[in-house]
Design a binder for this molecule. Structure first.
Ligand code: ASP
Length: 300
């Protein structure tokens, strides 16, 4: 079958000044992933490559560019899930690693375990030969300015506390019809130390099942977990191969049941893409093989 990929670069009130960077970062990630898929690569490889490209891009709140927590530390979460086996690999509150998604993938590929947190995740990364980085290597100027402001005033300068951040996500289907998804984040700005959001939690931050579809979420993590957003959305594809309608219905549940804010991207088992959000903006890019269409933009 013809492969497809869709990525997001976070759902919140993305400021005008950051719009171009979001668009080009999403486009690059989608192109990377699609290129891999069109050369016969697997959906897992495509979502991992797309996420790593956005983790390396300082625009996004994942890898380089991650936000600081209340005590001035970067703690990152990431997950990758294989829709053919329903197995996943995830890291939570991991520090001093540039690409948490690679560590999550290694956990999936080489162990029987699904999630490692904190020091255990870091130690596993070191054992696998990934490089340790300094906290400063992950930090960008806008975040340091925000954090200094937060220390002075106790309030966030550019973001409301629960407005979400530039979390990144990807879903793909490969030429064999296998689905995969991945999500990576530095979490919400000024979260409590040790706080883990929805992103690395199977079913909340991401879910993939070859019999239905794949989804990645972004937004207010505590609310997303309450409605198990990614799995809720995927379940809505049963007997109804309409990812756009499924994402809208799931986001409506997030809104009406828990007053949550967020966004979703989905690929169905037939390779159709869909997305929806109830935040002011969401950055996305996709290449849909079945229709031959592709698009990058900021959804309003
Ligand atoms: N969902 C992420 C979290 O709560 C943040 C985001 O997607 O913007 O950690």
């Amino acid at each position: 079958m013809k492969p497809s990929i869709i990525v997001h670069g976070g759902a919140w009130d993305i400021p005008d000044a950051l719009v171009d960077a979001h668009i080009s970062g999403c486009r690059k990630a989608s192109e990377y992933g699609y290129d891999l898929l069109s050369r016969g690569g697997t959906a897992l490889d495509a979502v991992e490559a797309a996420i790593a490209s956005m983790e390396d891009d300082p625009t996004f709140d994942a890898g380089v560019g991650s936000v600081l927590n209340q005590v001035g530390k970067v703690e990152m979460d990431a997950i990758i899930m294989d829709g053919s086996t329903l197995r996943s690999g995830a890291v939570a509150a991991v520090r001093n690693i540039k690409n948490p998604i690679h560590v999550a993938r290694r956990l999936l590929d080489t162990t029987q375990f699904s999630m490692l947190a904190g020091e255990g995740a870091f130690d596993f990364a070191m054992k696998c030969g990934f490089a340790e980085c300094n906290e400063e290597d992950l930090l960008v100027g806008r975040e340091l300015d925000d954090y200094r402001e937060f220390l002075k005033t106790g309030v966030l300068r550019t973001r409301r506390f629960f407005s979400g951040a530039d979390t990144v996500g990807a879903c793909a289907i490969d030429s064999e019809g296998h689905l995969a998804c991945a999500t990576s984040t530095g979490g919400t700005p000024r979260k409590m130390a040790g706080r883990v959001g929805d992103s690395p939690i199977i079913g909340s931050g991401a879910y993939a099942d070859d019999t239905l579809g794949a989804a990645s979420s972004t937004g207010w993590g505590e609310k997303i977990m309450a409605v198990v957003l990614a799995k809720t959305a995927i379940d809505m594809l049963a007997g109804n191969d309409d990812p756009r309608a499924a994402s809208e219905r799931a986001i409506n549940i997030l809104k009406t049941r828990v007053e949550g804010l967020g966004g979703l991207i989905i690929i169905s088992k037939s390779g159709k893409v869909g997305y929806f959000h109830n935040t002011p903006r969401m950055a996305f890019a996709f290449a849909e093989g079945i229709s031959g269409s592709s698009k990058t933009g900021i959804s309003l």
